[in-house]
Design a protein around this ligand. Structure first.
Ligand code: FE2
Length: 418
């Protein structure tokens, strides 16, 4: 298989990508545009951007597609979301979770995603979410990279047997240890939970991804504790802080000090801008905080930061369509990243940076890597972002898994005659 007339990120020329046995074997610079070849499985990219697949590093597949069941989150707060989810949890069963998770995965794949990190709630004595999503991960292992986070939604130490359930989830096979220190009853319990998360990650050799300081409270400072633990245990590249929305409200002098630790620790960040702009700032009158972590500043400090959707039609967020380009568009606006330099590498936040966060191996368009890629409408990061076009093609191990015809617009004469 060959992909001709392809643009690659940060390169102005056209390329031909050669694929054999599901791997990239040659990437050749072209001398101008090539005509269609006669080989059946060749693809003409037509000057569009061939990009590494999108990565969804933060979503809750166990809760997806449950908005309004049995009641809607009317206040729009994160805490009412947790209450509504508590009402939905007793209705969970394997078939229910499996059906909704598969529909959501399909939606994500249709929009160019080939790797997903999902959280699975462990504060449920049956652990049905963890069991179902781990089984689905194993079943889909040749089709998609799926990681499961053992996530204690109601607290690891504040929920009865929360710690025991967390350990059981890791025994079942969850890939990542999660946490929610800002939701534990006290600061002491929150700090203790972070220590336990790191201990469990070391004991079971797992990654870490903590819902960290997802609150507008400027005194919620578990991030420094998490980063410090990661630094002292030399495991920063395996540790992720999700949300960190309190950082939006931190005093600037404190933040300046904090960034030194964050940089030294090497931890990763995930921001979910659509979710945070919706859930945070709910206790403010006016002015209302945006409640999104400092994505621009993290990028400028060369700290790894990526973007996730968090929810699709669930008790916390009742919109969402699986399109990470939409999430990226929101982030660029909300975090005021609209200088030309911001645009040039914008796609990093839904591709390479997310792959680094998930510790994905053999990711990217390189000779020898599996031929996993997507085709995007546009010729560079900026044009793809501005156009907000559809993903035209998704190829995994050299096989087409999704193809879409570009929309046709038929212009009417009243414009062309002006
Ligand atoms: Fe989340």
């Amino acid at each position: 298989m060959q992909i001709i007339n392809a643009r690659l990120r940060q390169k102005p020329e056209l390329f031909t990508l050669h694929i054999e046995n599901g791997h990239f074997t040659k990437i050749e610079k072209q001398d101008g545009t090539l005509a269609d070849t006669s080989l059946n499985d060749d693809i003409n990219a037509d000057g569009n951007l061939v990009c590494a697949p999108f990565v969804e590093p933060h979503i809750h597949l166990d809760a997806a597609l449950t908005a309004g069941e049995p009641e809607w989150n009317q206040s729009g707060t994160l805490f009412e979301g947790i209450e509504r989810w508590s009402q939905r949890k007793p209705m969970l069963n394997e078939a229910d979770i499996r059906k909704r998770a598969l529909s959501t995965i399909e939606l994500l794949v249709q929009n160019g995603v080939q790797a997903i990190r999902t959280h699975a709630d462990t504060t449920d004595p049956t652990l049905i979410g963890v069991r179902t999503l781990c089984a689905l991960r194993d079943e889909l292992k040749d089709k998609i990279d799926l990681q499961v986070v053992a996530f204690p939604q109601d607290g690891m130490l504040s929920y009865p047997s929360g710690l025991k359930l967390m350990e059981e989830a890791l025994e079942i096979g969850a890939d990542v240890v999660g946490g929610i220190p800002h939701f534990e009853y006290t600061r002491e319990l929150g700090e203790k939970s972070v220590k336990l998360i790191i201990e469990l990650a070391k004991k079971y050799d797992r990654l870490v991804d903590v819902h960290c300081d997802e609150i507008d409270d400027p005194n919620s400072r578990f991030l420094e504790f998490l980063a410090c633990e990661a630094l002292f245990h030399d495991m920063g590249d395996k540790v992720t802080a999700s949300h960190t929305t309190a950082m939006h409200s931190y005093d600037n002098a404190y933040c300046s000090k904090l960034f030194r630790l964050l940089k030294n620790s090497g931890i990763n960040f995930i921001s979910c801008p659509t979710e945070s702009i919706h859930l945070q700032g709910r206790f403010d009158t006016y002015p209302k905080r945006r409640g999104v972590t400092r994505v621009k500043e993290l990028r400028e400090a060369n700290i790894n930061v990526c973007l996730g959707q968090d929810s699709i039609f669930d008790p916390w967020y009742s919109l969402g369509n699986g399109k990470l380009l939409r999430t990226l568009d929101f982030a660029m606006h909300i975090c005021q990243m609209m200088g030309y330099k911001d645009y040039e590498s914008a796609l990093d936040m839904i591709t390479d940076n997310s792959a680094k966060t998930m510790c994905l191996e053999n990711y990217g368009i390189k000779i020898g890597n599996p031929a996993n890629f997507i085709l995007l409408e546009g010729f560079d990061d900026y044009s793809v972002l501005r156009k907000q076009g559809e993903v035209l093609l998704s190829v995994r191990h050299g096989e087409i898994i999704m193809q879409r015809q570009p929309a046709q617009v038929i212009s009417k004469p009243w414009i062309s005659t002006i």
